[in-house]
Design a binder for this molecule. Structure first.
Ligand SMILES: [Zn+2]
Ligand SMILES: [Zn+2]
Length: 389
């Protein structure tokens, strides 16, 4: 089959690789019809999330048709159309039973490696480095899906691929980012990053009752998309201080909750950005927490910071004193996708949310390398690239 392979830093290639096989009798093989490139794929592309090996198949947002099932698969059959969550979960362990699917204790075969890096292991994930199990991803013609009775969501009712594809990651991720803010009526929520996850966080914050959402980015076309989602916007390159601007916009108090939908490759300007870029480049910190620091500083006393941007390791100049003295709460997590797929499918069905709004580019799978390049360089007002097979 054809698959998008990581071949080194800033180098992906669509190559011929062996077809996936059923390895466990609870696996299914899915013929992929649509897949997407995610902002977190760019962290792999840029070499920030490790370890990767030459030839690893990328992609964790995909859907398609079941073409083979193991003997013990009970709920899926050949011909079913499914969206596959990016995290892999067994459905039986303590964390799965507590609805914390991205923390599944049974799905990451490289748990020992993750424990060394993180203290405890998180779940397996498709196409997302060997720290999450080294599973082959879905920017390919076929994928092996473990625990097929647990993860994949069957799609009926004639939805198009593009309407439901993002249930695999970015829609639930944005939604969970807003949910972690514990929004009450009248709240103002600020969202750093107007990429696809940021946009879904904005839409979700309104769905969950926010009165105002303020979005922060530097790219005008992305801020324009945020305004289409009813957000007020701040271009951080045009203001002296984002925190001060937000405090001013909220009558001196600061936003009730702040969502970091940026993560470890944050941009910025001035000495702080230079500091983080340099330290990251020489390996003295792994992540650039520029958006996170701003979110913490801007948040009102007693407010919540919700972190859904991806971080890999260690950050510098983390304002713990601010968090402690101002009673801030930080919530974070890789999305527990399984928890949100069904309720969000209902919201799509009820036309409360239209995931297709974020798509700007559609390419054939064979052009995946071009897709990575366009997305990385934000060419042609790129927001989200979907690959069709
Ligand atoms: Zn993703
Ligand atoms: Zn589990």
């Amino acid at each position: 089959m054809k698959a998008t392979c990581w071949m080194g830093k800033k180098h992906v290639e669509v190559r011929d690789v062996p077809d996936p096989q059923i390895l466990n009798q609870t696996d299914a093989i899915v013929r992929i019809t649509s897949t997407a490139i995610c902002g977190s794929d760019l962290h792999l592309y840029n070499g920030f999330v490790q370890p990767m090996m030459k030839g690893d198949v990328l992609g964790h947002e995909f859907m398609g048709e079941v073409v083979e099932v193991g003997r013990r698969v009970q709920t899926l059959k050949v011909g079913d159309r499914v969206v596959v969550p990016f995290t892999i979960a067994c459905g039986n362990c303590w964390q799965c039973r507590h609805d914390n699917w991205s923390l599944c204790e049974n799905s990451n075969p490289n748990g020992a490696l993750a424990e060394k890096a993180l203290g405890h292991a998180a779940s397996g994930a498709f196409g997302y480095s060997h720290l999450t199990g080294g599973f082959a991803g879905g920017q390919a013609e076929f994928a092996r899906v473990p625990f097929a009775d647990v993860g994949p969501l069957k799609i009926e009712n004639g939805f198009s691929d593009e309407q439901v594809l993002f249930l695999s990651d970015i829609l639930p991720t944005g939604y969970m980012g807003a949910e972690m803010c514990d929004i009450t009526p009248g709240d103002t929520v600020a969202v750093w990053g107007c990429g696809p996850v940021g946009l879904f966080a904005i839409m979700s914050a309104y769905l969950l009752g926010a009165e105002r959402v303020i979005a922060i980015d530097r790219l005008d076309y992305r801020l324009e998309m945020a305004r289409k989602c009813r957000a007020e916007t701040v271009n951080y390159e045009t203001v002296e201080s984002v925190s001060e601007t937000l405090i001013e916009m909220t009558a001196g108090r600061g936003p009730d909750a702040c969502i970091d939908a940026v993560g470890l490759e944050a941009h910025g300007h001035g000495p702080a950005y230079l500091y983080d870029r340099t330290k990251q480049a020489v390996g003295l910190e792994t992540d650039r927490p520029i958006a996170l620091r701003e979110a913490i500083t801007a948040c009102r006393n007693g407010g919540t910071i919700s972190v859904i941007g991806v971080y890999g390791g260690l950050v510098d100049k983390f304002p713990l004193g601010t968090i402690m003295n101002r009673s801030l709460t930080i919530k974070a997590g890789q999305c527990h996708v399984h928890r949100y797929m069904r309720p969000l499918l209902e919201r799509i069905q009820n036309r409360e949310i239209d995931p297709t709004l974020v798509i700007t580019h559609r390419l054939p799978l064979s052009d995946a390398a071009k897709g990575y390049d366009i997305f990385l360089n934000k060419e042609d007002n790129c927001e989200k690239v979907v690959l069709h097979t």
